[in-house]
Each structure stands twice: as C-alpha cells, then as structure tokens.
Design a protein around this ligand. Structure first.
Ligand code: HPA
Length: 270
C-alpha cells in the first residue's frame, strides 16, 4: 500500500479532519495527545508500514483531531534506528502525513543536555543537528535525495515558536542536537567529544525523521525535552527509567509549548 492509499484509510477513520500540522511525540511525551479535541486514534497496527514499536513509553497510534480549532495529526510513538538498525523506520508514517496534506512537522524527543545551565525539565528548540548514524535516504533514487540541510529546522517556524513560547511564558533554550544511535547511552568521553563538536544536546531519534521530512517537502520544527545532563557530567549513571520519568514530569511544559505553537501556526499563514 502506498502513502496515498494509507492516507485514504486514515481519512476513513477521521472524516472531516484535514491536518496541515503533524506532531511526533517522543518518549514520555504522549500526554500531549490528551489535549487533542474530537480525537480519533488509529492504532499503528491497523496502518500498513507503520512501526510496531517495542519501546516502553511509546503508545503507537496516530491521533487526529483539533487543538484550539486547528487540525492536527499526532504520531504518538515512534520507532528508533536502534530497534532494527533501519534509519527508514519512520518513512511510511511521515509519507502518510504528507499524503494527508500535512505541511509542517513538529518533532519532539527526550534528550540529554550538554549545558549545565540547561538542566532536566528544560525545553530546547533544535536549531541544527549533527548525525552520528546512517542517512535514511541511502538507497533512495532520484535527484531529490540530495536534500539541502541548510535551515532544515525552518527559521520562520523557529521565530514563530519563540514568539509562542514567550507569549505562553514557557522558557525555551536553543541548540544543536547530536544524534547517537543508542540504545546504550553515550560514554563520558563521547559526551566530551559532542561538546567539542558543537552539540548542545544528545539523543537517539529525530535526525532521521528530519531528513525524511525534508525529503518529503515538509517544513520541520523540533524540540527536545531535557531529561538529564550528559553522561559523566554528574557522576551518576543514566537510565531509560529516568528518561521516561523526567520526560513525563516535564510533559506539561512541552505540551503547553506545543499547544501554543499549533494555535499560533493555525492563526497565521506562515
Ligand atoms: N543520551 C541519549 N539519549 C537520551 C539521553 C541521553 O543522555 N537522555 C534522553 N535521551
């Protein structure tokens, strides 16, 4: 089944919803889906080519509905490269969003901060990234594969998000996200390397999705929920339990920001 056919399936589940905004909800951030009004949830299991995610903290459903009257499609639960070693895990969901008419994709994740002053509970807007894993467009044909990654995180959307955050009273850091494949956390030496290379946060997702989304012609905006400081910065061991707990604890702040961004996007023609 191609993306257009899957999009038709989705429309049958949620007739009357024509979202221009898509959101990918990362680890522990699924609570945002509760803010969606008139929500219709389609389990990934009913959508061909969607991931069967095995990571705890991820629901695995496509939720369609409205935020303040603005139509949205939220991918609650993502697949990661580290599950099967395939950087294209999210290709079908992203292509499906594009086929549904989505033009703007907002990506969220949980991440470790490399800056002491941006601690657990902070939200960081991603301004750029460094990929330490394979490109999801390897093996894809056509000249469109040579995607420009200048301004991959759309400057106009970033300005809009900044305004929305200020108006909503949500503190928003900014920085470069470095993608490590995981699933083991980084070593302290890798964290020192990441700092030298100009990263502000590290995580195990998002970058393949940004590249896939840019290839699909979508505008991208991305936010990290900071759940910890990078390995070795505190002397404590890292754990997935901490990631989930801290992401859920900060979820209300991320949710408020996402809602403010969606409302503002809906109110402007940007
Ligand atoms: N490293 C990688 N991924 C993460 C981290 C981290 O420190 N925290 C949450 N996700």
């Amino acid at each position: 089944m191609n993306a257009l056919e899957i999009a038709r399936l989705v429309r049958d589940w949620a007739p009357g919803i024509a979202p221009k905004i898509g959101v990918v909800l990362g680890s522990g951030l699924g609570g945002f889906a509760d803010r969606i009004e008139d929500a219709q949830a389609v389990p990934y299991g009913d959508l061909p080519g969607f991931p069967r995610s095995g990571v705890s903290g991820h629901a695995g459903e496509l939720v369609l509905g409205r935020i303040g009257g603005v139509e949205v499609a939220a991918l609650s639960g993502r697949a990661h490269f580290y599950e099967h070693g395939n950087p294209r895990e999210m290709a079908v969901p992203i292509a499906t969003l594009a086929a549904l008419g989505v033009e703007t994709l907002i990506l969220t994740n949980a991440a470790g901060s490399l800056r002491e002053e941006v601690g657990s509970g902070s939200v960081m807007m991603i301004t750029d990234h460094v990929a330490l894993g394979p490109n999801p467009l390897i093996g894809v044909g056509g000249d469109e594969r040579f995607v420009s990654m200048v301004d991959a995180y759309h400057p106009g959307l970033r300005a809009l998000a900044r305004e929305a955050a200020d108006a909503a009273g949500v503190e928003l850091a900014e920085g470069v996200y470095m993608w490590f494949t995981g699933p083991s956390f980084e070593t302290p030496a890798e964290i020192r390397m990441a700092r030298v290379l100009g990263a502000d946060a590290v995580g195990m997702s998002t970058v393949p999705e940004t590249i896939l989304a840019r290839h699909a012609g979508l505008r991208v905006l991305a936010f990290s929920m900071i759940t910890n400081l990078g390995a070795g910065m505190t002397g404590r061991a890292l754990s997935h339990a901490e990631t989930k707990h801290e992401a859920t604890a900060g979820g209300a702040r991320m949710g408020a920001l996402l809602e403010a961004v969606v409302r503002r996007l809906g109110a402007t023609a940007r």
